[in-house]
Design a protein. Sequence first.
Length: 335
Amino acid sequence: MAHRRTPRNRRLWTVTAAAIVIAAGVTPAASGTTTASPCPSDGTYGPPLPSRTVAARLVRSGFNFLEGPTWDRRTGTLLLSNMQNATGPQGVQPSAILRYTPPATFETFIAASGSNGLAISADGTQVLAATHDNRTVSAYSLTDRSRTTVAAGYQGHAFNSPNDLTTGRDGTTYFSDPNYQRGNRADEQGGRTSVFRVRDGVVSLVDDTLPQPNGVVLSPDGKTLYVGATGANAIMKYTVAPDGTTGNRTKFASMRSPDGATIDCAGNLYWASYDEGLIHVFSPSGTELGTISAGRNTTNAAFGGPDGRTLYITSGVSGGFGLYETRLNVPGNPY
């Protein structure tokens, strides 16, 4: 799930102040508590795309700015953030979590969520949210919609504006913290834009040298973390140890303005290029397999549908954003 935005979106995001030390809540699934993978166990997959160039179909347009799609398998619905233009002296962008029930029903699921990137928790009971409204990572209950804090800050300092996130089966969550939505609030990160990890309520630094980190994705086996560095037009890759710590950063691929991303069960990456209006599809080795088009300013993508083979894409212009979909050959893992 990845993100920035305002009419041309890119660099106007914001969040409220709040410099608390670490999480006031707990990670949605305690480390050591694993859930079953959504991927089939046989592990045999063919080419992910029906052709090298694919055009997605528009489901509905007319939204202000869509981001962070994630599929809720329990209800068969897609959750996504609809972000509005910045308001107030701090320049904070209001947003709400929408719920899409195929084939055509959209409703507000959580008003005033303050969210950008979203991910369903490992135990399926919460939606994790990169919440720029108060510069935290939050969790919303999928039953009563109550909000708790997962990560409130780092070493006593507020984040810039958490943007996108991914979570493993053990509940370890990784999130990006560019400054797109910080707005007029004070910089408490010393000019750094970073990637963080939160595990058992403890926030740790992954990398504070990436210019405007954005989309973050874990491989199906949980052993590799991918991060899009928008400011460097590159996707980075990190090894992940069993305890969730990261190391050995390498450059995975170059692409223009990488935004949000998702991954399929074969480990193929689907990365949105905001400037190009495309999803670039890469094999686990970094070979580009093709592209999926979905209109201008593509922000993010997520797998869903009953068999996990529908790719949902958020794309458009401010005030005229749309949700797109296309059917692919390999199921997603899982958002």
